[in-house]
Design a protein around this ligand. Structure first.
Ligand code: NOJ
Length: 780
């Protein structure tokens, strides 16, 4: 069954039925004020930090599902019937329904008995508020007397406290009304407040939720809507709502437009000035146009034209869009992480910068510095931090608790390296950033070196990094003996400054040290970790091997194979063999599973991953984030056909017609899909905020199409399926527009003289900013 389609021209995904298998969402806002909007109007809003400054509520794990949201009710005064253009919460069957998720905005369109009502949600000009633009038309031949009601359910700003200390929260909440403006704030805050406003003449209002809903009722049958008037309630305690009732009489063919604004301010007295312009419909529409233009500008940095329309659609629009959303919110706030407890992940956000580096390198550089600020003086980093308060820590990992992850700090050099390749701004190394205690500081270069040193200084009996947990949060081997070791982190350690930066290090002593460290790690990996057909995954805290053919379960893990190639520690023969083993043992039609065979039951010596049943998440699920690493490795080995096969396997839109099985949105990557050992093989979960977005962007643009930024130019090193006759890429790099056409007349899979593993690649030199560079590459 399909629930929608891609409108390529409008860059929208259009949902045509409201009963999607899970709420299919979109994000509004640019990373400051923002929110989640579902296809039936559900969702919530927040300002800078969804844990510490939540604006509206969402009921987690709730039935009925996906409540509450940003609701508009339309009521016919003659019959008393009422409905929502987005179907929820009244759930009256509409004569027609559409939800259009676009770049930074969502439109809900519902028609019922001759009344067409649309509502567009967006955040204008990166302001601290959102607009709901309602358009309501009478399609009948008779005049219609209608009413429009709004509903925004306020949340106490501390979203955890909102659930925990109900007594306190309900005693201090205050809602006030004055001239079409509702304000909402805790009693002890005098200036800061959330607010809700409209441009329309109102019939009545409510600021008190209980008054609007009525006793033993809910969002689907509020007493105010049912009776056709709010009660002008002032809220001295309890719960709050932004509710207006507006009378709308429409002659045949007539249309009316209404604006609602929901937002947050630090200074109550400035609200009216802040929103005045935006209460004007024409001004609001112009702001929507500006928003669309800004997304076009963002996407314009990279546009491709390949023989595969679906790849084009994804790279040109949806994958890039998702990369920006992950850049904004890390893994903090989605339908799976509800903006509680998680914060901005250091490892996650460092990887997220890779997906937007080509389009917004300066913002990416800024985020990298913010992540670097999370570093302890000994070189490790917080696991996550909260953007509003700056507080950081290890987070809320279930089951097993530990004080640092072996890999978090090592993603910083990788991100910094990507920034330098995009910008060549080597002064970045010299910028000074405080350590997380704010008492000491160091240059970026010093920070990155401390990250490397921390790992080098924390190694186990095989000279490999200790493991509490690594990229795989749930592989928790440390039982207190301090000898568990991780191969993944060993390989990650071998990837960045060690190889990449050394060409830029003028200090010969440091360069020699890094070369020595790299050789030492490479030797340890190949001496202790080659299992015959693939690399093992780890040593547990008793010195036993995980990820060996000799193990009964968990014989082969994906990451030690892909990263053996990415880090270039594997000799060619091993590299070929281990990738072949991935194909043979781990590949499925929906993607490559993370480990096989999965562990059948909980094993405290392995930790969190064995809390999952076989085939789920890290225990044998298709953890999509890991798949592009295999694509990249295949490209590095020259296997374009296989890299592309892996790319297509997890391309979400290929499952648009299979949505009842996939369940999650077909327009963005999800984090995980249940694997072949699970009875529900193929179901996706945890859509939107996943490293899958950034790494697929890297895999397809830099390795399959092969357009890679380097310190001194743009490499063109495609590794494509041999039946592609060529492709075009428009890439803006350091201010110059590169129009690159790659032709493949002989049907080869890569340019012969290009080879990632050692040999020189073709490079277009850096051209002056403001120029256009036309470039044709003939493969073969
Ligand atoms: C999700 C986390 O956000 C990410 O940091 C981690 O690498 C994966 N889980 C795998 O465990």
């Amino acid at each position: 069954m399909r629930y929608g389609y891609f409108d390529e021209k409008a860059r929208e995904y259009v949902i045509t039925r409201p009963d999607t298998p899970t709420p299919w969402i979109n994000y509004i806002g640019n990373g400051k004020y923002g929110g989640i909007v579902t296809n039936t109007g559900g969702g919530y809003s927040f300002h800078k930090d969804p844990q510490n400054r939540r604006i509206t509520r969402y009921r987690y794990n709730n039935l009925p599902t996906d409540r509450p949201g940003r609701y508009i009710y339309v009521r016919d005064r003659l019959t008393g019937e009422y409905w929502n253009p987005g179907y929820q919460p009244v759930q009256r069957k509409l004569d027609s329904y559409r939800c259009r998720h676009g770049m930074g905005y969502t439109v809900l369109e519902g028609e019922y008995k001759g009344i067409a009502a649309d509502v567009t949600y967006f955040v204008p000009d990166d302001r601290d508020f959102e607009i709901w633009l309602v358009q309501i038309r009478n399609l009948c031949h008779v005049e219609r007397n209608l009413q429009v009601f709004s509903y925004a359910e306020f949340c106490f700003w501390d979203a955890i406290m909102d659930q925990q200390n109900v007594d306190w929260v309900q005693q201090i909440n205050q809602g006030r009304y004055e001239d079409r403006l509702i304000t909402w704030h805790p009693h002890h805050f005098k200036d800061a407040c959330a607010f809700f406003a409209t441009n329309a003449e109102i019939n009545s209002f409510d600021t008190n939720l209980e008054a609007f809903i009525g006793r033993y009722r809910c969002e689907s049958n509020p007493i105010a809507v049912e009776t056709g008037a709010c009660s002008n309630s002032v809220s001295y305690r309890m719960n709050g709502v932004g509710a207006f009732c507006i009378d709308v009489n429409l002659k045949p063919g007539e249309e009316r437009e209404i604006i609602f604004i929901l937002g947050f301010t630090e200074n109550k007295s400035t609200i009216r000035d802040e929103i005045r312009d935006y209460l004007n419909v024409e001004y609001a529409k112009e702001a929507l146009k500006r928003l669309k233009d800004s997304w076009e500008e963002y996407l314009d940095k990279l546009q491709i034209e390949t023989p595969d329309r679906e790849t084009n659609l994804f790279v040109n629009t949806w994958n890039q869009y998702q990369c920006k959303i992950t850049f904004n919110w890390s893994r903090f706030v989605s339908m799976y992480s509800w903006g509680l407890g998680r914060g901005i992940g250091i490892r996650d956000s460092a990887q997220d910068t890779l997906g937007v580096m080509h389009s917004i390198p300066e913002l990416a550089g800024g985020l990298i510095k913010r992540l670097i600020h999370c570093q302890y003086t000994d070189g490790r980093v917080y696991h996550l931090f909260f953007p509003l308060t700056g507080e950081g820590g290890i987070g809320d990992a279930p089951v097993v608790k530990f004080d640092w992850y072996s890999d978090d700090h090592l993603w910083l050099p990788i991100a910094a390296n990507a920034y330098l390749k995009e910008t060549a701004n080597f002064d970045f190394f010299q910028s000074v950033v405080p350590y997380n205690d704010n008492k000491t500081e160091g240059t970026v270069w010093e920070h990155l070196n401390r990250a490397m040193e921390f790992t080098y200084n924390h190694r186990g009996p095989h000279a490999l990094p200790y493991s509490r947990a690594d990229w795989n949060d749930t592989l928790n081997l440390d039982m207190g003996n301090g000898i568990a070791e991780t191969l993944f982190t060993s390989m990650l350690f071998s990837e960045p400054p060690l190889k990449r930066f050394r060409c830029r290090i003028s200090d010969k002593r440091i360069a020699t040290k890094y070369r020595y460290w790299y050789d030492e790690m490479k030797q340890a990996i190949n001496e202790w970790c080659w299992d015959g057909e693939w690399y093992i995954r780890a040593f547990d805290d008793e010195g036993n091997v995980l990820g060996s053919g000799k193990n009964r379960y968990g014989k082969i893990f994906i990451n030690s194979q892909s990263w053996a190639v990415l880090s270039m520690v594997a000799p060619e023969e091993y590299a070929k063999k281990c990738l072949e083993s991935v194909y043979r043992h781990l590949n499925t039609k929906y993607g490559i599973v993370k480990v096989y065979p999965a562990y059948p039951e909980y094993n405290p010596k392995i930790g969190g991953m064995t809390t999952y049943p076989p085939g789920a998440k890290e225990n044998g699920g298709i953890f999509a984030h890991t798949n592009p690493w295999v694509m990249i490795a295949e490209c590095m080995m020259g296997n374009g056909r296989r890299a592309y096969q892996y790319y297509r396997q997890i391309l979400p839109l290929t499952r648009n017609d299979d949505a009842d099985l996939l369940e999650v949105e077909p327009y963005v990557y999800c984090q995980n899909i249940l694997g072949k050992e699970h009875p529900q093989f193929g179901i996706g979960r945890n859509s939107w905020l996943t490293g899958t977005a950034a790494w697929n962007m890297v895999a397809v643009s830099q390795y399959i199409l092969g357009i890679r930024p380097e310190y001194d130019g743009l490499t063109v090193d495609p590794c494509i399926p041999p039946d592609w006759k060529g492709f075009k890429v428009r890439r803006i790099f350091r201010g110059c527009v590169y129009n690159i056409e790659v032709r493949n007349p002989e049907g080869v899979r890569r340019c012969e003289k290009n080879c990632r593993r050692g040999v020189e690649t073709d490079k277009i030199p850096v051209k002056p900013a403001g120029t256009v560079c036309e470039c044709v590459v003939i493969m073969g």
